[in-house]
Design a protein around this ligand. Structure first.
Ligand SMILES: Nc1ncnc2c1ncn2[C@@H]1O[C@H](COP(=O)(O)OP(=O)(O)OP(=O)(O)O)[C@@H](O)[C@H]1O
Ligand SMILES: [Mg+2]
Length: 255
């Protein structure tokens, strides 16, 4: 059965698209048939993260009944299947965002996972994505405003009957001023299912139009995403590739 998982947040820019592309890529790596979809219809950027620049058909065309979802599905060179959204302002015309649920019915069946990259905020656009999904991952950063907004997103999911899997705590810098995992769990009432550190490799990977998991497979950031994917898929995963060896440590010590 297809699992429909929405990746959302209250606050913008916390890392939803990064989590979507990396989770999708890691699941694909584990052999799971996975489709990621950009349901951020006003400010889509999943296509940028995955280097799918010019696409004849997008989710907007599907929502306008001008294309079938299979005609708007592209394959990243990591093997991940992607449904991008249209980039132009004109794409918003005559689009029926409320048809997302019906469109998803056409997507379910074959893939094991469909992951939706949602818009930020608590507006109708993100609510559509959350309501159309069975499960929700809330992405946040370790600060009070982001966590407060994450909580509102989780509340919307609960009201919609969408199961909240937990919180991805992204961009952790290890500063004393940050909220700890325990504090975030206490505040939200949900488990932190992944802790992802702040690292330049994320921007490097976006510049290379690839998920970090694909761009830098041995990196510890990739391992965090892989572990999240394994936990979701019920796979036992012990990070093998990178046991930080003495040479790595010496190299990072000297910068
Ligand atoms: N762990 C990280 N370390 C460093 N930079 C990160 C990390 N996660 C995300 N970023 C950076 O933060 C920016 C925003 O990330 P992303 O686009 O994934 O957020 P978003 O929540 O999807 O944003 P929006 O609300 O605009 O859709 C990007 O430039 C990305 O490279
Ligand atoms: Mg985004």
């Amino acid at each position: 059965m297809t699992r429909l998982i929405c990746v959302s947040s209250g606050k913008g820019g916390v890392g939803k698209t990064t989590v979507t592309s990396n989770l999708g890529s890691a699941l694909t790596e584990f052999g799971m048939d996975t489709l990621v979809m950009d349901t951020n219809l006003t400010n889509p950027n999943l296509g940028f993260h995955l280097g799918i620049p010019l696409y004849p058909n997008t989710l907007h065309d599907v929502l306008r009944d001008e294309a079938h979802i299979t005609e708007a599905t592209y394959i990243h060179n990591s093997g991940l299947r992607v449904v991008p959204a249209g980039l132009s302002v004109d794409d918003l015309k005559d689009t029926n965002p409320e048809e997302l649920g019906d469109v998803l019915l056409d997507a379910v069946g074959e893939p094991e996972f469909v992951i939706l990259d949602s818009a930020a905020g608590l507006g109708q656009e993100s609510v559509n994505s959350i309501e159309a999904s069975d499960e929700l991952i809330v992405v946040t950063n370790p600060n009070l405003p982001a966590v407060t907004d994450a909580l509102k997103t989780a509340k919307i999911a609960e009201d919609a009957g969408t199961h909240v899997l937990g919180v991805v705590l992204n961009r952790m810098k290890g500063h004393d001023s940050e909220l700890s995992v325990g504090e975030v769990e206490d505040m939200t009432g949900y488990p932190v299912v992944a802790e992802v550190p702040e690292h330049d490799v994320v921007d490097e990977a976006i510049a290379k139009k690839s998920p970090v998991v694909h761009h830098a497979p041995d990196h510890h950031v990739s391992e965090r995403f892989r572990k999240l994917a394994a936990d979701l898929a019920g796979i036992d995963y012990v990070p093998e590739r990178r046991r930080e060896g003495i040479f790595d440590r010496i190299r990072s010590f000297f910068g």
